[in-house]
Design a protein around this ligand. Sequence first.
Ligand SMILES: [Zn+2]
Length: 133
Amino acid sequence: MHTCAPDSGTVGDGRREPPISGTYPIRMCIGCRQRAQAVDLLRVVARNVGPAGFAVVRDPERRLPGRGAWLHLDRSCLSTAERRRAFGRALRVAGVPDTAALREFLHSLERQESGPAGADPVRHESRDRHEHS
Ligand SMILES: [Zn+2]
């Protein structure tokens, strides 16, 4: 049976959150422990590099198997995570995994961002400013 409610029964029961395109899952940075969109964080996983050693490797495509951890692209977050030994805990590996590669990556990233000195100054055109007094 159906109801004939012309314009009041459109919502119905079982209200769902509207699917907003452009939203990403929220993850927590293991360094500063702040939540951020997954797209703003770097996923890392532990890779076995020896008999009892693990290295933290980037997973930019988020497709590597295994337990991942999330981290800001920020060396201070990396340092904090290292100090807290958050990698071992988050990635479920024994000991302290090697983060040298990750550190190097963040370092090179920073160098790129600071770039060649001389951030192009955007000039504000002030010529056509009309002063009404
Ligand atoms: Zn962080």
